[in-house]
Ligand binder design. Structure first.
Ligand code: UT7
Length: 333
């Protein structure tokens, strides 16, 4: 029998952090790379610029930097981490997991570390896992990191995708809740029948990397933009509604919606459906583009630092990505 939520140990986000590469790439800069324009990118997506990591900065480097900030805010040491979960679509190697590299970099020697590959919705998925580890009394401290070096898997000759993405990382420390603050609900769902609308067709075990794959560039991201757009709106709306319902919270009570930042038009549709006015929606897609799963935790950390949210704020996190996967959470900070 599933125990009622209020009888299980609840989890709380006790610290957040983020990392952005220094290099800013503007839309105008991309005009010299592909047949595009600042005007097209801004009006279709809301993106003005993105951050791109240099060759020496790995996914693990960015994840570890975000994690160190989150750990500092939570006041924990590396040895305190019981579980380290990394969400990434851009692992540094295919084996072993990049989470293990971050574990080594942090010196989190007591942790179990693993990657999850739920693409852009990785942060709500990671929170749901962290919540589960704590509810099952398997862990007292879980580090959830989302780190993405999208620039490494994008086809820089494909204007329909290369203008959309950026690099970055965000992280959160999750520990048992001691008062009414905490993760009030999580929601996760997938639809694998739509996998081929947003994918890297080759380079894995079914079509291993070889010269033909490299020549066809089929190891890089390919996306059917308009179809993904429609599914994104549908799924983000379902995720927003489901997390609110599971938490027993009305949309009017939400202080800030922190949605996945892929396209301002998807964000506006999600907010409208959820019944949350745009002044209560965090938007930074203009400055970072789509950093896959890193968008939500990075935005949450910026919102905290800039005072948009503080202790006690009620926040709705919503994301959607390849798979397709979608997920959400209602969190009392
Ligand atoms: O992270 C989760 C997954 N990702 C998403 O959620 C992204 C979802 N999709 C989208 O955000 C939008 O579909 C895009 C921004 C990718 C595309 O916007 P759209 O309004 O759906 O444009 P479209 O793909 O229908 O293309 C419209 C036109 C086409 O030209 P024609 O056929 O009308 O002559 C494209 O070839 O725009 C052209 N186009 C471009 N033009 C200038 C496509 N990319 C570009 C570009 N610059 N970068």
């Amino acid at each position: 029998m599933i125990r009622p939520r209020n009888e299980r140990p609840r989890a709380r986000i006790t610290g957040t952090g983020r990392y952005s590469p220094e290099r800013v790439v503007t839309n105008t800069e991309l005009e010299s790379l592909v047949d595009t324009s600042d005007e097209w990118i801004r009006t279709r997506t809301g993106i003005r610029e993105r951050r791109i990591a240099d060759d020496d900065t790995s996914t693990a480097d960015m994840g570890a930097a975000a994690a160190r900030e989150a750990m500092g805010r939570a006041g924990i040491e590396p040895e305190d981490i019981d579980v380290l979960i990394l969400s990434t679509a851009t692992p540094d190697r295919l084996l072993p997991s990049t989470a293990c590299d971050i574990q080594a970099s942090l010196g989190a020697k007591n942790a179990a570390a693993y990657d999850i590959t739920t693409a852009c919705s990785g942060f709500p998925y990671g929170l749901a896992l962290a919540e589960g580890h704590i509810a099952a009394d398997q862990a007292k401290t879980v580090l959830v990191i989302s780190a993405e070096k999208m620039s490494a898997i994008i086809d820089w000759s494909d204007r329909s995708t290369c203008v959309l993405f950026g690099d970055g990382a965000g992280a959160a420390v999750v520990q048992p809740a001691e008062d009414e603050r905490g993760i009030l609900s999580t929601f996760t769902k997938s639809d694998g029948t739509l996998a081929e609308l947003l994918w890297r067709p080759a380079g894995g075990a079914s079509i291993p990397l070889d010269i033909a794959v490299l020549d066809s560039r089929s190891h890089l991201v390919q996306m059917a933009g308009p179809e993904v757009f429609k599914a994104a709106v549908r799924s983000m709306c379902e995720a927003a509604g489901s997390a609110l319902e599971r938490a027993g919270v009305a949309a009017e009570e939400i202080d800030l919606l922190v949605p996945h930042q892929a396209n301002i038009r998807i964000i506006e549709s999600t907010a409208k459906y959820a019944g949350i006015p745009m002044e209560k929606v965090y938007v930074n897609v203009d400055r970072y583009g789509n950093m896959s799963s890193a968008t939500v935790p990075l935005a949450l950390d910026e919102a905290r630092e800039t005072g948009r949210v503080g202790p006690g704020s009620l926040v709705l996190l919503v994301a959607f990505g390849a798979g397709f996967t979608w997920g959400s959470a209602v969190v009392r900070l």
